[in-house]
Design a protein around this ligand. Sequence first.
Ligand SMILES: Nc1nc2c(c(=O)[nH]1)N[C@H]1C(S)=C(S)[C@@H](COP(=O)(O)O)O[C@H]1N2
Ligand SMILES: [Mo]
Length: 431
Amino acid sequence: MATKADNMNSLDTAAGGGLVDRRQLLGRCFALGAGAAASGLAMTGQSRADGDLAQWVTQAGETARAYGMPAPEEGYVQRAVIQLYPGLAPEYGFSGTPLQYLRGSITPNGLHFEVHHGGRPQLNAYDHRLMIHGLVERPLQFDLAALDRYPMVSNVHFLECAGNSGRNAFDSGPFQITIDQLHGLVSNAEWTGVPLSVLLDEAGVKPEAKWVVAIGDDGPGMARSIPMEKMMGDGILALYQNGERLRPEQGYPMRLLLPGYEGNMNVKWVTSLFVTDNPAHTKSESGEYSELLADGQVAQFTFGMGVKSLITHPSALMTMQGPGFYEVSGLAWSGAGRIARVEVSADGGQSWADAELAGPVLSQALTRFRIPWVWNGAPTDLLSRAIDETGAVQPARTAWKAKYAPSNYLHYNAIQPWRITAEGEVENVYL
Ligand SMILES: Nc1nc2c(c(=O)[nH]1)N[C@H]1C(S)=C(S)[C@@H](COP(=O)(O)O)O[C@H]1N2
Ligand SMILES: [Mo]
């Protein structure tokens, strides 16, 4: 059998720093497992060094259970809970998806990120109503039972908070925190629900109606004005998340799902859709979610999230297991459509190679990318850069910063470099 050195060091590189074309891996021996002869027999239940069978193969196992849970060994895979004002307002906070532990593209429901401005309301789903009123022929009211009879669609889409990754905008950084804390306010789910066009058509939108003001049934009264074209286009009244009912954290029993639009417009626990001819300029859209630009102007309605990618593996505060083979893996997405390409650099941006995209590549959805890498043990910087189907390219941090006033941290989508030190530590850096 070929040795580790024969195999991994003789690969032609796809770009500098040891990036490899995936096709070259066919038939190669990775030599990452432990030799059975050298390390002794595995201590599984069936084959133990002492010849005894373990208890779990000689006795009946656990019975079937009504709702499944992850294995106890995986119990550490949890959201990173962050409270902005712990003593003062514990309900204003969020929890980040642990991207460092996930290797696919769908976010399990228990790990979908949360942002609550006033905490998760303790509402009763059976009493909950959605009202469509304002500039309509027939004001309508729906409960969950009525909505369950409507035709539905199922689409996979990412959701990202406008403030995600915002800590990287601060010059007081780069902060050495794990990726769930830095970039965890993005998740991806299959959302099932009733197209908003079906409900609005039934109410009969008047010709002069151009906007819909959506309000949630929680304390802070999240209210956002949404263009009628978006509502009538691909907007969904989501009732299900990855096949089961929405989680309470995600707006149970019903929320808006506006593909590609900044998180806060996806109003949770939605109770009112007020049809108007003008935007309402609510607090959420006049101050809270508007970006101060470099020239002193304010961008008020920045609905779509930019093209973005992150290497999740390896990522900040991980420790490499020594030189040799790794798969660099991450996520890319764009509010404007499909991801066309993700380029990865293993030499600080001097050279780039295309990563493989895990298909099907869906519009406005997280897309997993992967590329083989042989790390030679020397310090280097790993970067990824996404390009979407409209041709938009993920910017470098300096280009992103140049667009905005120094205080802005919203819509941060710049390239994230991870520094690999000689000791194999992974650090957050600004390039
Ligand atoms: N009613 C209501 N809707 C809301 C919020 C809220 O606090 N109340 N938070 C918004 C914000 S800022 C974001 S980023 C998304 C987060 O959705 P998630 O918690 O399901 O991930 O919900 C949005 N919808
Ligand atoms: Mo948000």
